[in-house]
Design a binder for this molecule. Structure first.
Ligand code: PMP
Length: 351
């Protein structure tokens, strides 16, 4: 830290992303990326014409992509905003819908960026404890009178709330925005995107990073009432109106035309997850039921951090969180069947 940093940020705890080693020597099961490449047709979107157009600013309204997404969800493009990853959507919505008066509530164990966005914007945050089994109790979020942010399925636990539970939360907080972060919904969760047509206080955030194999493209979006989307656009236009680059727009648009390919990948990932969960259980691991592309596992005889380090020494990266309630766990992204076999073989040898 230099002496020039504003004192506002002196105690800010930054978000620490999962390791991204550039040498590709690891089996990388630590940041919930897809093990499968973007659809074959997506490469055709990167044309000479698109490269030539890089001299121009990208469309600040992100029209084509928003229209395609709107058609997919049966909403109007005024109900969609696109961002530089869903992280940017989350950043915008913490700025737009929370302040010193309107605090924010989210689960105490969830996506680590929520507390950073609260902190950097000086928002009073209430972290609602998960139950003993790591599940979210929907009742805890009813009638809170604060902005609510819930990842569903939750990360890193992988557990889901039902759409009915979320509807109850939305109904009981009519004067506040309820944000459902559906980064992992395509691996077995139930999206509440259709409910955005019924409730003007519900905002659903999604990403192309996981099920659509575009983590490096940085593309996310939010679906909500025209009013909520206009509010988010106000923040976007006041910070970075060209927030999605034109190549990413083209690639994102092309991937929407290859839905079958991505649906099939999700099926493969779910099948690999179920197999890996079974095999890990045979080795003594315990884990909540995952509806995501990762497993959150602990072993009664192995310390979580040591297991992470031992796997890393053997060329396999998983994610360990240094947080009191989950010290024993590691989050293991579902890779290809071959990668998971290597993980299982390595664990068998270690145990
Ligand atoms: N929400 C959750 C729950 C996540 O785990 C992640 C990925 N780390 C994100 C949002 C952000 O994803 P992206 O910015 O790549 O869209």
């Amino acid at each position: 830290m230099s002496r020039y940093l504003s004192s506002r940020f002196a105690s800010l705890e930054e978000y620490v992303p999962g390791e991204q080693p550039q040498d590709l020597h690891y089996i990388k099961l630590n940041t919930n990326e897809s093990p499968y490449p973007p659809a074959p047709g997506v490469v055709k979107a990167v044309t000479q014409n698109e490269i030539d157009r890089l001299r121009l600013y990208s469309d600040p309204d992100c029209r084509a992509l928003r229209e395609a997404l709107a058609a997919q969800y049966g909403v109007s493009s005024a109900n969609i905003i696109c961002g530089n990853g869903s992280d940017e959507m989350l950043s915008f919505l913490f700025i737009a819908f929370c302040d010193a008066q309107t605090g924010v509530s989210y689960p105490d164990i969830s996506y680590g960026f929520y507390s950073v966005f609260a902190d950097i914007n000086r928002i009073a945050a209430q972290e609602v404890p998960l139950r003993g089994d790591l599940s979210i109790c929907a009742d805890d979020y009813c009638g809170l009178d604060r902005t609510i942010v819930i990842a569903n399925p939750n990360a890193p636990t992988g557990l889901c709330l039902s759409a009915a539970d979320i509807e109850r939360i939305v109904q009981s907080n009519p004067n506040n925005v309820v944000v459902i972060d559906e980064a992992y919904v395509d691996f077995g969760g139930e999206s509440v995107a259709p409910l955005t047509k019924k409730y003007d206080n519900l905002l659903v955030v999604q990403t192309f990073s996981k099920s659509r194999s575009l983590a490096g493209g940085r593309l996310g979006y939010a679906i909500g009432s025209e009013g909520l989307i206009a509010d988010l656009n106000k923040i976007r236009n006041s910070t970075n109106p060209y927030n999605v680059d034109s190549l990413t727009k083209a690639v994102g648009l092309a991937s929407l035309e290859e839905q079958d390919y991505y649906d099939n990948n999700c099926k493969k990932i779910v099948a690999t997850r179920e197999y890996a969960a079974q095999e890990l259980q045979k080795l003594g691991f315990e884990m909540p039921e995952s509806k995501t592309n990762f497993l959150f596992a602990r072993h009664p005889k192995l310390a979580g951090k040591q297991l992470y380090l031992d796997l890393k020494a053997r060329g396999i990266l998983v994610r360990h969180f240094d947080m009191p309630r989950i010290l024993d766990y590691n989050r293991i992204t579902i890779g290809t069947p071959e990668q998971m076999e290597t993980l299982l073989k390595t664990l068998r040898e270690m145990i």
